[in-house]
Design a protein around this ligand. Structure first.
Ligand code: DSN
Length: 413
């Protein structure tokens, strides 16, 4: 960052501080990861200077030889990863990807069945504060006491509400969905089916979870979570929706794509096609299972009864009498970063809920395995049980920094 250092000492200082935070801290936010240095270079490349409205081979500005190259590479590589019939790699992120899909498929007032936020769904799946909820009629389904979706009940809801779109996907749900059942319900009521795979895209690309692309009409995702690419979005669909999705992306919702981002997506997808990414995805699942088992040993209550993916949702208030916010703040003090989270039908407020969400993709990228995960679970327990004991927290912080030092990231930056 020598140029930045010379030109802008304030931003430089903040960037150095953030780098150190990422190097010395234990990143357990389920939606975060460490991109490779190659992805960082593509993000910071001269593609950021280029306007390229349109699609490869049919743009509205000249000078597209190299933007066409990287965008086509991103599309082709994503197709190899997910086997989708059509892919649009231009959405700026996950929320835009979902809004674009709604815009492509629905008319104002149309009904959508989506998962409730406190049961693990996402804001853009119909939470009343969001723009889509002002335009479309969202009906939200929930999980049952055993942590599973009751597909019979979902079918009954679909028959009753006649949705135009049935939406699967989540940002805090930890169980595997039954893709075939979603597809069958969609077929029965004549609804389009869509799956927002943002959280688990890398697990699917790495073949650690089954691929939903054959079963759903539309699959949206971010590219920066388990998929370990740059902050961005992507929409996959069946050929019959291709034109509608492309038109809704540009000119419908977005202007010029961020081609530096698209180039970084291409690099990340190339990395995900390598055999080492399969090992990475499998290790995430193993690490999350160990985390689940260890937290249970420490008497934490886990929502949904455990995990099948990369994260756990922990009822810290119900288990240890510490609120999600108190746990997040205390863990921050020891260099462990995660987020407070609502649990199903949480009686507490979103800013101080009952739960925390804990994910392992970033620590797995650092090379941490079962042994380290056991230590992390112990620290989470120690911090929750001693959240007001500054001396104890300081001691744990030293241990966290020491462990992170043994699993370095960004050594060459
Ligand atoms: N903010 C993302 C997450 O943390 O899951 C979802 O948009």
């Amino acid at each position: 960052m020598k140029n930045l250092k010379r030109a802008d000492s304030q931003v430089y200082k903040a960037a150095v501080g953030e780098l150190k935070r990422q190097q010395e801290g234990m990143e357990l936010i389920a939606s975060e990861n460490y991109v490779s240095e190659a992805v960082l270079e593509a993000l910071g490349s001269v593609f950021t200077n280029k306007y390229s409205e349109g699609y490869p081979g049919r743009r509205y500005y000249g000078g597209q030889k190299y933007t066409d190259t990287v965008e086509q590479l991103a599309i082709d590589r994503a197709k190899k990863l997910f086997g989708a019939e059509h892919i649009n790699v231009q959405p700026h992120s996950g929320a835009p990807a979902n809004i674009i899909a709604y815009f492509a498929l629905l008319k104002p007032g149309d009904t959508v069945l989506g998962m409730d936020l406190s049961h693990g769904g996402h804001l853009t799946h119909g939470h009343p504060v969001t723009l889509p909820a002002k335009i479309y009629n969202f009906v939200r389904y929930k999980t049952k006491a055993d942590g599973r979706i009751d597909y019979k009940e979902l079918e009954e809801m679909a028959v009753k509400h006649k949705p135009k779109l049935i939406l699967a996907g989540f940002s805090a749900y930890t169980r595997q969905l039954d893709y075939k059942k979603f597809a069958a319900i969609g077929k029965k009521v004549g609804a389009i089916t869509m799956f927002d795979i943002a959280h688990i895209a890398g697990l699917i690309a790495g073949k650690a979870l089954p691929n939903p692309v054959p079963y759903f009409d539309i699959v949206t995702t971010t590219t920066h979570k388990t998929l370990r690419g740059p902050r961005g979005g992507m929409i996959m669909c069946k050929k019959k929706f291709a034109e509608a999705i492309d038109k809704a992306t540009f000119p419908g919702f977005q202007g010029g794509p961020h081609e530096n981002n698209v180039a970084a997506k291409a690099v990340a997808f190339g990395e995900a096609l390598k055999p080492s990414f399969k090992k990475y995805a499998a290790q995430i699942i193993k690490n999350a299972k160990v985390l689940e088992q260890e937290l249970v040993k420490h008497n934490f209550k886990l929502c949904f009864g455990g995990t099948d993916n990369h994260m756990v949702l922990v009822d810290v208030f119900g288990s240890k009498g510490v609120s999600g916010k108190e746990a997040e703040v205390a863990l921050d003090k020891v260099g462990i970063t995660l987020n407070k989270n609502m649990i199903p039908d949480d009686p507490r407020s979103p800013m101080d809920p009952s739960g925390i969400r804990v994910g392992v993709p970033a620590v797995t990228t650092r090379g941490m395995r079962e042994k380290e995960i056991k230590l992390i679970a112990k620290w989470i327990n120690d911090v929750c049980e001693n959240h007001k004991n500054d001396k104890k927290l300081k001691q744990i912080h030293k241990e966290v920094i020491a462990l992170c030092g043994r699993f370095p990231v960004y050594k060459n930056l």
